[in-house]
Design a binder for this molecule. Structure first.
Ligand code: SD4
Length: 337
């Protein structure tokens, strides 16, 4: 049997997760509606999105409302409020949203607004543009009724001040989850930085696909740096005829291969979601194996029939899935063991 991926029964009520059920896993197929989100904490977002999907709502609404849960979560150090700042101590947020018809909106390097996903949606729906950046994005948000807030929490300020002592920019592999295997072979979450970018994909009851991606980007990045997450085609891509994909990890490398678009194109050519994700990860590893060993990149994909798959460079990537019959968190197979 091929190396196994693992399904873990999510313990939805609590924040701690104590054990995994091991099952061989390739792609998961679910009857629509279905929602998937990156990382363990995606399950909390899914719960919110599910309220909309289960009431026959539109996937785009589910994506926006689900993403807002993570953006508002102060304990999440790489999304929205409480996200780690750049090296100048400024929290700059990136997000994008896309529907099945190619409608999309994005904000990049936007400060002071807690919900960039909602601003991205407004860019999509109320402007002739797709992307607004920096001050222009902030101005647009304020003009549309969003409140200006301080997003730098005391915890994140302290982390930045500690970082300044050495000022070394070293993205941490799986800062997102820090999963570790316990002596009894179960897994647990560990580390203090157990959160990251959230990418979300949804297929609603009417068969419409949408996706979103929101992040504060790499901790202690240069001021003005933008990663893959708000770049349509890199951090997110949706094609109503085929499927949708999203990415997490070192954004520069995801942009270089226009990762999410590549995953969708592989699905268009007949690969399953997991095979498509693996193909792009393989390409990243092949381009520079030494570099690939030191970083994490993960892709998550959902096709228009409700098949889901994912693949990552390193162990530790996971995603959460919610459908009428399943509520699970899945540990994803990786290139490096
Ligand atoms: C970025 N892709 O800004 C984001 C960060 C991320 O896991 O996803 N980290 O490059």
């Amino acid at each position: 049997m091929e190396r196994r991926s693992f399904i873990r029964n999510g313990i939805i009520a609590g924040t701690s997760i104590s054990s995994y059920d091991y099952k061989p896993l390739e792609n998961i197929s679910a009857t629509k509606p279905i929602m998937v989100s990156t990382w363990d904490f995606g399950k909390y977002a899914n719960t919110e999105g599910w309220k909309i999907l289960s009431a026959n709502g539109h996937a785009l609404d589910a994506i926006e409302q689900a993403a807002r849960v993570t953006e508002a979560d102060e304990s999440n150090k790489t999304v929205g409020y409480g996200g780690y700042p750049d090296r100048d101590g400024r929290v700059t947020l990136d997000a994008c949203i896309m529907d099945e018809s190619g409608n999309c909106g994005s904000v990049m390097a936007m400060e002071h607004i807690k919900h960039p996903i909602s601003v991205a949606r407004k860019v999509m729906e109320k402007t002739p543009h797709i992307i607004l950046v920096g001050d222009g994005a902030l101005q647009f948000a304020l003009d549309n009724g969003f409140q200006k807030e301080n997003l730098l929490t005391p915890d994140s300020k302290k982390a930045w001040e500690d970082w300044l002592k050495n000022s070394k920019y070293e993205p941490v592999i799986n800062i997102e989850n820090q999963l570790f295997k316990k002596q009894d072979n179960s897994f647990a979450l560990g580390g203090i930085n157990n959160h990251d970018t959230i990418g979300l994909l949804a297929l609603d009851a009417a068969g419409k696909l949408s996706g979103g991606c929101t992040t504060s980007g790499m901790a202690f990045k240069m001021h003005g740096r933008v990663g893959d997450s708000p770049v349509i085609g890199a951090g997110l891509f949706v094609d109503g005829e085929v499927g949708a994909a999203t990415a997490t990890g070192v954004g520069e490398e995801v942009i270089r291969c226009v990762g999410s678009h590549s995953v969708v194109e592989y699905m268009r050519n007949g690969l399953s979601p997991k095979e498509a994700c693996k193909k792009v990860v393989d390409r990243i590893a092949k381009r520079d194996l030494e570099k690939a060993k030191k970083m994490q990149i993960g892709f998550l994909a959902l096709d228009k029939s409700g098949n889901v798959g994912a693949y990552a460079l390193q162990k530790g990537f996971s995603y959460a899935l919610k459908s009428a019959s399943e509520e699970i968190v899945i540990a994803v197979e990786s290139y490096f063991d």
